[in-house]
Design a protein around this ligand. Sequence first.
Ligand code: SF4
Length: 306
Amino acid sequence: MNCRDCSYQPQILQVLAEHGDDYEAYESEEKLTWCTGCGNFGIQNALKRALTLEGFGPTDVLQCFDIGCNGNGSDKIHGYTLHGLHGRVLPIAAGAALANTKMKVVASAGDGATFSEGVNHLVHAIRNDYPLLFIIHNNENYGLTTGQPSATTREGFVMNAAPEGVTTGPLNPMELILSLKPTFAARTFSGMVDHMTEIFRAGLKHRGLAIVEVMQICTTYNPATSHEWFWQRIRTTDEIKRYDKTDLWQARRVAEDLEEHISLGILYQDETRPNFHERQQRDGAKTGLVEEVRHRKISKLMKAFE
Ligand code: SF4
């Protein structure tokens, strides 16, 4: 394992050893069905670690999943999980987070759902700064549909659905995200479980929308960006001189490069801006929206449609 990931280990392993039962509580009896070497294994592991270390048990969290290979893990982790429509994980997760502030909400989606079917929801989730952690599994293709190009597939790459090579250049997710002025934008790599754990923990503690792009390995359909390819290019923000995560322009500069130096870490965080709830002036409310739901008899109304 690369020493850049090992540096996070001692503290994580020590705390996990003290919370072994809490971690085990996330174990599901369903068998994982991802391909051998898939980055989803590491991502799920890091998420379970992060939730455990932050004191969230399976019944303290709602995990919302989009359609895709990562969504197929929705029944492979114990707890409250919801597997919704393609590209629509953010409105579902945001609705839940706004209705029940006692529940931590985590949303997961792939690059296809996030930057094509659901790109409109991404834009407005960032504008509204909903209080949840959003994990983007960017494996640069639609893996579940056996290797279709997505908005992040690199130009020229030969795919099952593009046998002559992809003819359109890729979208840089972090450039788009940072252009919308988020309050938390981070990037990590599925081969660095300890780094992912720390980034997810920071995202879980953030008051607004914490967006984490995971550069994910897809061993079956994206051999172009393999583990080795990433290891030769990644660097963490700790390795960048005078990196200031509160400087949006510096974040935008380092996020541009997806070829030579791929920067990982919390690229940008603004802890001063009020989140969605705080702007709604509901801070003094003694009840959450979910507790204010009233049961009304609608039988008379229904009769009108008979
Ligand atoms: Fe993972 Fe790719 Fe296999 Fe999907 S197709 S399970 S992303 S390796």
